[in-house]
Ligand binder design. Sequence first.
Ligand SMILES: [Zn+2]
Length: 65
Amino acid sequence: MEKLKACRNCKALVEMDVKKCPVCGSENFTKFWRGMLIVVDPEKSEMAKLMNIKYPGKYAVAIAR
Ligand SMILES: [Zn+2]
């Protein structure tokens, strides 16, 4: 879990060596995040809708500001 960082913009979780968020293109990441949400089908996931997630992937439930 420590090997991932979260995009501050869309909360996508990516590997530490990723420079740009594959979901939103942001370069603003944080190592301080909690809870992993794995979205397989954003259309069918209530949680994904709630968090405004449109692409499958791993997301942080909460990130530090
Ligand atoms: Zn992002």
